[in-house]
Design a protein around this ligand. Sequence first.
Ligand code: ADP
Length: 490
Amino acid sequence: MPTQNPPLRLNFSTRWQYAPAPETAKVEIKPSYDLFIGGKFSPSTEGKTFETVNPATEKPLSQVASATHKDVDRAVKSARNAYDKVWSKMPAKERGKYVYRIARMIQERARELSIIESMDGGKAIRESRDVDIPLVAAHFFYYAGWADKLEYAFPGRAPRALGVCGQIIPWNFPLLMAAWKIAPAIACGNTVVLKPAETTPLTSLKLAEIIQDCDLPPGVVNIITGAGDTGAAIVNHPGIDKIAFTGSTDVGKRIMSAIAGTNKKYTLELGGKAANVIFDDATIDQAVEGIINGIFFNQGHVCCAGSRLLVQESIHDKVIAKLQDRMQTLIVGDPLDKNTDIGAINSKMQLEKINGYLSLAGDEGANVWQTDCELPAKGFFCRPTLFLNCAQSHRVVQEEIFGPVLAVQTFRTPEEAVEKANNTPYGLSGGVWTDKGSKIFKITNAMRAGVVWANTYNKFDPTSPFGGYKESGVGREGGLHGLAAYLRVD
Ligand code: ADP
């Protein structure tokens, strides 16, 4: 490595103290929630329930119904009935009005939804308030607009709805994933059975209340809660025409083999291990912000997180010094405090998984560096972490960890950067930082990833398609591509 001047280090020994700024609005979380089927809430047929816990306090929030096979059958029948009798017959213009109504009601109740999202899932209120919930509304608005314009979207191709869609979503963006799934599906004239993840069911159930308040015809949207068994029962139900799944690559593979040989259509949005590539001509301070946003947004529980940093060797020391200084300023703690940058890890199980990788990184030969921030005594928290000096073969470089941990590698030439960026089983996203436009075009084209950001990271918009290559999944959500996924287009 060429000799470098020692980087200028900031002194963090006298840390700034912030007064707590907790979100104080009261929200209503009921002690228990039933399944939302056919426009009404009803208990699980066997009376089974499970607990949802606040990961920042470890205290239970509510007892939620666990849907059995019979409940899945009830929900699918109700969706079929609504499809045959009401939704597929309704003029598209009228359908669009309902979707607009849902969008507006989400905006009206944005604050309540943000707080519940942070309580149930652990994400910082700043993110649920400023990113998740505004994007939820934006998705409903965007797809509402398409409802009566499908012939313009696919001219001369007679687009038709698919029927009943089974939708299974993860815990990292609970309400946003529900919006990604429900909005295009119902705008296109399908009906749905949606299952949120078992650790984050509450905002989907709040959405069910909103849907009730909007007088959406009963059965158009059914929301049933439960764990993997409930998800598998949706996948295997013969009355389902399409499966839309976001979650782990393992479960995605299981779903794909379960529906092989059936007529079910599918979109699978699975894991990722994105490379954020920093060239020596990049604006370093901006790139450092991009690295921070790329991996520490939502505690790193992001399938498109920039979880691998590829930094050009000549600027490695400078970038790492600035990154470490910036990381020291990150506040980890109460998700409901507006100062918090990094909230709680979603569950005890996920924290154990991350901790497993922290010890593995050391065993594999990486240098594990963490900030020295204080962590709350209760709850599931993890310090922002760097794995320095990683090799391409390290498991922490190859496997999705889903936590606030960043694996760091260097490269010398653009070819080496591309080679390393593409050398994982995944292909969901990536980032490139350089001040040369030509380099942006060359590198982004060479990166085998569904979404590549240039001089920015983690930018989302309902008009923009999202999805992956290789083990990151099949199909696209968002934009026109996201509409096509819910239509038969001949
Ligand atoms: P992660 O927990 O890493 O997000 P999972 O793939 O385990 O990913 O979970 C995503 C969603 O898939 C959750 O709603 C979960 O309940 C559901 N799920 C888990 N196992 C299955 C399965 N075998 N079939 C269908 N859905 C499943």
